[in-house]
Design a binder for this molecule. Structure first.
Ligand code: ADP
Ligand code: MG
Length: 389
C-alpha cells in the first residue's frame, strides 16, 4: 500500500522545506437538507457533513511565526506572528487563518507558530462552506501542534467569531457547528436558539445525497439577504404587539400566521409564513429521517422548495428546473434548493441505486435547457473535522 497523502506532503516540503513532524488535518464541507433561512430567526436547520473536504498539512515553528500557503491561491505565502497583535489584511483568504489564531489566543489558548498548506476537493465559494472548513481545520492545526483538544461546539463558536471579526461575514453558527461536530452516517437537527442538537440517522445503506450546482450566481444575493432579514424583523415587530412574549419568528405559530392575513402587509406575511412553516418542516423531517420514513422526508423537502420559491422568493428558474427534474427520476425521495438562494446548489435525497440515473438526468436536461454543465456529486454523511496523522 502506498503511503497516504504523499502528494500533499511533497507539495508541503517543496514550499516549506523538509524536517520536523508533519500533521494532516481534514475538515469536510456541508449541505443543509432542510431548514433554509431559519437560522437567523432562532429556528431549526438540518445539515450534514459531506465527503468533499479541505486537507491541511501542518508543522510547528518555534519562533511564533505562522506561514500559510494554499493550492487554491498559489501566488503567495502569508505570514504573521502569534506573538504580535493579529490584524486583518491581504490576501483575503488568509483572514480565516488570522481570525482563528486571534480568537484562539483571545480564548486563552497559548499557540505556537506553524507552517500550513491547504488543499481542497471542496468547491471554493460554491455554497458548501469551504470557509467553515478552512476555519475549523486551521483551529485543529493550532490545537494539535500544542497538544490540546477542545469541545467541538466551543471550537465552532470561536471559528464563527473569526469569520465575523476577520472576514466580516455576519454568518450564523450552522456551518462551523456541522463542520466541527458532525458524526458519520448522521445528519444533525440543530436548534439555532438553544444551540442544542440531535443526531438523526442517514444510513449509507439506504440513502445518498446528491448535490447539483446550477453554476449560477446572481448579483441579488447580498441585498436580497439583507432585505429578507429586515422583513423578518418587521414580522416579529407585528406579532410582538399582540403577543409580547414573541422574540423571533421561531415563536410564531401557524395559527397566528393565518389570523394575521389582511392585517399584516402581504409580502411580510409571506416571508413569515415561510419561516414558520420551514421550522415545522425541519423538525418533522429530522424525526422522519430517523424513523426511516424517507417518502415523508422527501415531501417535506419538496414543500420547502415551493415555500422558498413562492413565499420567501429566493429561488431562480435554474434551481426550480433542477429541483423539478430531480423528482422525475425513480428512487428520488425529495429535492430542493439549498443555501441562500438566487443560484448555487440543489440537494436531492435518493436511494443509492438511483444515483447514476439522477446525475445523468440532471446533467443532460440542464445542459439542454441552459447550455451549462452543472457540477454534480453524490455523497454520504461524513464525520466532522479530525486529525488524520
Ligand atoms: P463557501 O463557504 O460557500 O465555499 P465563502 O465565500 O464563504 O464560500 O468562502 C470561500 C472563501 O474561503 C474563499 O474565498 C477563501 O477565502 C476561503 N477558502 C476556501 N477554501 C480555501 C483554500 N483551500 N485555501 C485558502 N482559502 C480557502
Ligand atoms: Mg462560507
Amino acid at each position: 500500500m502506498s503511503a497516504p497523502y504523499v502528494d500533499l506532503k511533497e507539495q508541503f516540503i517543496r514550499i516549506f522545506g523538509s524536517g520536523g513532524r508533519l500533521h494532516i488535518i481534514r475538515a469536510p464541507g456541508r449541505v443543509n437538507l432542510i431548514g433554509e433561512h431559519t437560522d437567523y430567526n432562532d429556528g431549526f436547520v438540518c445539515p450534514m457533513a459531506i465527503e468533499p473536504q479541505v486537507l491541511v498539512a501542518c508543522r510547528a515553528r518555534e519562533d511564533g511565526k505562522v506561514r500559510l500557503a494554499s493550492t487554491v491561491f498559489s501566488d503567495s505565502i502569508v505570514e504573521f506572528s502569534v506573538q504580535e497583535k493579529i490584524r486583518r489584511g491581504e490576501p483575503a483568504w488568509a483572514n480565516y487563518g488570522r481570525g482563528v489564531a486571534a480568537e484562539l489566543l483571545g480564548a486563552g489558548i497559548p499557540l505556537c507558530g506553524m507552517e500550513a498548506l491547504y488543499t481542497n476537493n471542496l468547491p471554493v465559494g460554491g455554497g458548501l462552506s469551504s470557509s467553515a472548513a478552512i476555519e475549523v481545520s486551521t483551529a485543529f492545526c493550532f490545537l494539535t501542534l500544542v497538544g490540546q483538544t477542545m469541545d467541538p461546539m466551543r471550537l465552532a463558536l470561536i471559528c464563527q467569531r473569526a469569520e465575523h471579526e476577520f472576514s466580516q461575514v455576519p454568518c450564523g453558527i450552522m456551518d462551523q457547528m456541522i463542520v466541527s461536530t458532525a458524526q458519520a452516517g448522521k445528519a444533525t437537527l440543530f436548534d439555532c436558539r438553544a444551540l442544542t442538537k440531535q443526531y438523526v440517522s442517514i444510513d449509507p445503506k439506504d440513502l445518498r445525497v446528491v448535490i447539483c450546482n446550477s453554476m449560477v450566481k446572481h448579483e441579488l444575493t447580498g441585498s436580497a439577504y439583507a432585505e429578507r432579514r429586515r422583513q423578518c424583523e418587521d414580522g416579529v415587530a407585528f406579532f410582538q404587539k399582540e403577543y409580547p412574549s414573541i422574540r423571533a419568528l421561531r415563536d410564531v405559530t401557524c395559527r397566528q400566521i393565518e389570523s394575521a392575513a389582511g392585517k399584516l402587509d402581504e409580502v411580510i406575511l409571506r416571508r413569515c409564513r415561510h419561516i414558520v412553516g420551514e421550522n415545522a418542516r425541519c423538525v418533522e423531517a429530522g424525526q422522519a429521517l430517523d424513523q426511516q420514513r424517507y417518502e415523508r422526508v422527501g415531501e417535506l423537502m419538496v414543500q420547502s422548495h415551493q415555500s422558498l420559491r413562492d413565499d420567501y422568493q429566493v429561488s431562480c428558474p435554474e434551481l426550480d428546473f433542477l429541483a423539478a427534474e430531480a423528482m422525475n427520476v425513480r428512487g428520488v425521495y425529495g429535492a430542493r434548493m439549498t443555501g441562500g438562494g438566487f443560484g448555487g446548489c440543489i440537494v436531492a435525497l435518493c436511494q443509492p441505486r438511483s444515483v447514476e440515473m439522477l446525475t445523468g438526468h440532471l446533467r443532460e436536461t440542464y445542459k439542454q435547457k441552459y447550455g451549462i454543465e452543472p457540477g454534480i456529486f453524490a455523497t454520504t454523511a461524513t464525520a466532522g473535522a479530525s486529525v488524520l496523522e
